[in-house]
Design a protein around this ligand. Sequence first.
Ligand code: ATP
Ligand code: MG
Length: 598
Amino acid sequence: MESLKKLNHYLKKYKGAAILGGIFLTGANFFLIWIPVLIRQTMDEVEALGADESAEFDSIITILFSSEAGAILAYNSLLLIGTVFLYGILLFATRQTLIVSSRKIEFDIRNTIMDKLLQLPQRYFSANRTGEIYVRATEDVGRVREYYGPVLMYTINTITRAGFIITMMIIVNPELTFWALLPLPFLSAFAYWVSGFINKYQLIIQEQYSRIAGKAQETFSSIRLIKAYNRIDYEQERFEEESDQYRKKKLKLDLVESLFHPTLNLLIGVSVLIVVWKGGLMVIDGIITLGNIAEFVIYVAYLTWPVASLGYTVNVLQKSLASWERIDEMLTEPIDILDDEKPAVEKKLKGSIEFRNVSFKYPGAEEYALKNVSLEIKPGSNMAIVGRTGSGKSTLINLIPRLFDATEGEVLIDGINVKEWGVQHLRKSIGYVPQETFLFSTTIKENIAFGVENASTEQIEKAADQAQVLDNILDFEKKFETLVGERGITLSGGQKQRTAIARAIIKDPGIVIFDDSLSAVDTKTEDAILEHLRVKLSDKTTIMISHRISTVKNADTIFYVQNGSIVEFGTHSELIKKEGHYSNMYQKQLLEQELAEI
Ligand SMILES: Nc1ncnc2c1ncn2[C@@H]1O[C@H](COP(=O)(O)OP(=O)(O)OP(=O)(O)O)[C@@H](O)[C@H]1O
Ligand SMILES: [Mg+2]
């Protein structure tokens, strides 16, 4: 009930169209029942003609071709055509109002979902599988639409059509009405059972289908790996297994579906049989006319679909509600990274950063990824973070643009808690090059200009130059218009990283974060990039995460992270003097370098 109320909320905007659609549909059904009435009238009039002038007309053929009968037929046919025409127009108008507004509501809901998804915290995406989120925005929305479209339409249809038809039937003869309607509840129950089965099976089949799609996607995105490891046969077998499961389930569904219509027709047949039998007896007794039997047979046929759709509608409604509940669950998920009620800070960022006793635990994780981290850096300084893999470096810098919020303690920028900054303003002022480079399947130009609206060509070229990727880009035939990703060329690891750096610095941010962003370039290119960045970013706060001492040795402060805590910090020479973890790491890398040079 609660869900229904929320669903109807979306209908509000289209209330006018929905009411109009209901009126059109009622009108259509009103004209529909005139069709059997006209047929009965024609039959009765022609029959009366035969009974009247029995001397002149001795066979049905002569009756039909007599001018009086011809007039009756022509007149009634015209009425019939007119009625059918009006019925058709009103049905068209119904679809144009009811179904069209259901599509509009679908559009509204889908946009609401997308809006919400884009605002949800990183936490939500760690906790939910991408596939499930995708299903929310696609299939679930489609099923909810069925509530506004088919469910609403069939319900109005069933009520008005059955109302009109049963009234007409009772007017003709209540007893015959009773007999004609007798098999219909069975029909409805049968349709309910079958559509329930179909729904359940469709869900199973859908899941199987997602598995096949997922398998195919995984296979093709790792095709190089599969070929290199010679796993083609193995992958093919696994795919065939999934495919076979799909086939079997689908065949079972097909069996039930193909039994549905014959059974439906059987039940209608029974109803027609009863009408002809009981009605025939009544005709003999002179209670009703022959035309009434024809009329009743058509009524029964007209009732079939609304009655069958009753069972179907109940099932679709259940499905719509289940889908809606899943969507609603997501829509009511709290967006905890949100500008608080008090006016958010939106001033220009100077770039001092402070962590005060910050601890952080990933949602659902047992252990803390950061433990009591405190650090402070001045605006415009260069900070570096080193430490072994998995020590918490990326986690630490994720707290600065509020991709996650600290579990305990606080993170301050320019002395103000990050939670008080306008979150959009904050993120706009921070250039962040994530550890895993992601480029969109579009041109290099658009990839670089991603964070700024209306970036000029000069801006883009300058950023590319500073990231040392300009020469590479100019070597491509289409230069900045070169497509990358799925339909374009594949950039080398280092080219990708440098494109991502260009994307971060084009924003002219106050703080720039490089998470292991030079790992895929050689030391010579790295030196050149760092040299350029030093000039370009001289007045900005930079944070550089790296596994290479050469990258970090010129930083103002180097922090050594181990197991989520800062265990050493200072300048390169201070840390070397300390002879601790950092110095250890330095000695090892020196040795490696010497070995490499031999
Ligand atoms: N989304 C997540 N959910 C749960 N645990 C996570 C998540 N992301 C990272 N972790 C865990 O947090 C710890 C720190 O990870 P983090 O990515 O910060 O390491 P790192 O120092 O950046 O390592 P690397 O040098 O390999 O990039 C690891 O134990 C990791 O498994
Ligand atoms: Mg990392």
